[in-house]
Design a protein around this ligand. Structure first.
Ligand SMILES: Nc1nc2c(c(=O)[nH]1)N[C@H]1C(S)=C(S)[C@@H](COP(=O)(O)O)O[C@H]1N2
Ligand SMILES: [Mo]
Length: 245
């Protein structure tokens, strides 16, 4: 990843600038600390790229409960649902060279990933389900992410207590192999309560990161001007932006 190259360069610059300092006792302590910091950063990045556990199909929960919005009534969502989501579009926009507007058919024709994972909600419940959809990386590569892009924002169709639901991740999670734009749950189109027709799966993070009713994927340089500026609907209400599990 680019970020790792960046860390290596930082480390090299530090070492090059510190040959003199290293000759003193305090200097070698400093270098040791830098080395430790680099090791820690490396371990952290390796850890961020690890896969979430995947389960056998026999572990799938008999019922995947819905949470938060479970039947959006705002905007054209009810009409879209009545039309069996035939007119749903997913936009890929923002800091990309090749913005796209995709139909569900376009999305179904991309290479697919299927994964049986456990969803953990902060409210204290879990459910195991089988999710299918293209990796987000496939969409981002097709849209040609610009170098200024640092985050990916997920826009949702539902309005929850007066605010539009949204979420965001950094590029490590955006390019994580288990980060998919799901359109199937347990081999069927996703039910409305679980985010029909498209929802994100961000398997290394808690439930609220997994944006349902997905309408757009937006590459941005900063989260400051989106929502209240904290990177997500629940983050704007005090939850952590990075909700790793
Ligand atoms: N658009 C949208 N996405 C959402 C929510 C929501 O209310 N609206 N709730 C979040 C929370 S807190 C959880 S735990 C999961 C719930 O997913 P589920 O309804 O499939 O159980 O969706 C997350 N994504
Ligand atoms: Mo949740």
């Amino acid at each position: 990843m680019k970020r790792r190259g960046f860390l290596a360069v930082l480390g090299a610059a530090f070492v090059a600038g510190c040959n003199k300092v290293a000759e003193t006792n305090a200097g070698s302590k400093l270098l040791g600390a830098a080395e430790k910091w680099h090791e820690g950063a490396h371990r952290f990045l390796t850890d961020r790229k690890a896969l979430a556990p995947e389960y056998p199909r026999s572990a799938i929960s008999s019922y995947f409960r819905g949470n938060g919005s479970v039947d959006p009534q705002n905007g054209d969502y009810p009409q879209q649902a009545a039309d069996n989501f035939d007119n749903w579009r997913l936009e890929v926009r923002g800091l990309v060279d090749n913005p796209m507007s995709l139909s569900l058919d376009n999305i179904r024709r991309l290479p697919q990933r299927t994964q049986v994972t456990r969803h953990d909600c902060v409210e204290g419940w879990s459910a195991i389900g089988e999710w299918t959809g293209p990796q987000l990386s496939v969409l981002l590569d097709a849209a040609k992410l610009r170098p200024e892009a640092r985050f990916v924002v997920f826009r949702c169709a539902d309005n929850l207590n007066g605010a539009d639901y949204y979420e965001s991740v950094d590029l490590i999670d955006a390019y994580h192999p288990q980060t998919i734009v799901a359109h199937r749950l347990n081999g069927e189109p996703i039910p409305v309560r679980n985010g029909a027709p498209l929802r994100m799966r961000i398997e290394r993070q808690l439930g609220y990161k997994h944006a349902k009713y997905l309408t757009a994927i937006e590459a941005v340089a900063s989260l400051d001007d989106i929502g209240e500026g904290n990177g997500g609907y629940w983050e704007d209400r005090g939850y952590q932006w990075y909700a790793g599990i």
